[in-house]
Design a protein around this ligand. Sequence first.
Ligand code: ZN
Length: 417
Amino acid sequence: MADYLSESDPGTRILRRCDELAAISRPGTGVTRLYLTGEHRAAMELVSRWMREAGMTVHTDHAANVIGRYPPAAGGRNGSLLLGSHIDSVIDAGKYDGPLGVIAAIDCIAVLNGEGRRLPFGIEILAFGDEEGTRFGTTLIGSRAVAGTLTPQDLAIRDKDNISVETALRTFGLDPNALASAARSPGDVLAYVELHIEQGPVLEGEDLPVGVVTAINAQTRKVVTLKSEANHAGTVPMRLRHDPFLAAAEIALALEKTASGIPDAVGTVGQVDVRPGASNVIPGSVTMSLDMRARTDALLRRLTAAMDGEIERIAQARGVGLEVEPMLETKAAPCSPGLIGQLDRAIGGSGIKPLHLPSGAGHDGMAMNALGPIAMLFVRCKGGVSHSPLESVTAGDVTIAANVLRDFIIGFDPEKS
Ligand SMILES: [Zn+2]
């Protein structure tokens, strides 16, 4: 125990453990730690050890989530405050996306336990096995198992080696038929609160170490295909062309303009495939991705409805064929105003201005929202960079964030969340 708190400031302790966890990776640049792999198992063992050293009892569920429990004071209420994040990664990831939230939460418990302090409610820390969806292409397997929203179809999804989630669970020594036992009941969950790097540039721009998330944005992804006849780049006069790439370009610009006109909405064209793809041929078809996100479902509907109209109009005006394929649709997960207020107070108590911002990236809270109120505390990261070995946070910011999280935990009032 004394060992756990051997360095005096939380930031130094937490970052040293982030380094230690990051060393558990597939060889290569940065961190690559995928769900239900040898690296995942080693990470689970290390996190379990830390949880025990911090004074928690530890178990693993049938979705390969690690769960540490810190019991309430005698006569404490039923239900737990859940904290945590994920310990899987993308390919060539940084050290902090996910692990920072798990390790900072464990550190808070280590401090409470070191002071012999119990609270009138139990605390559990969850280290989710899959949030990123890197291995199976479907995200949040860990937290959806806890929320009880995994479906049999999810278990049938296969990785690139044709191994299903179900088979991978079995090979890992788990029982897919017992997955339901990982699900928690809403009555059991007082709240779910996650500390995470911001993955964006807002806090850095505001010169603030931490911020409070208002909502995890709703998201829609579509694939738009525009079709015409490929033709000779030299012989067809401009006025007689039906160039699908120009339609795609116009759609991309319409997305920029439309998203810019809606508060906190963003729109991105990240993939464009031009066929046949020769410098001397007018394209015959273009496939493009549209990623659209907004703070609320209603704002996202405004964006997607406007874009549906624009896409239709542009394709028609340019005389190109049109196909639109929906790929993904997730609802916004609003953070609880009560929890936001409690985080604001903890931040204000550190003499820092509480800034509110939406989360443009998905998080485990999207699944945990099914169980109870959620909240997130964002930590400034250098240049807003994530999903890269260049991910960087400072020990000073992490100390502030861990102190805020601990103050929040100590003052947590389930009646006002
Ligand atoms: Zn993450």
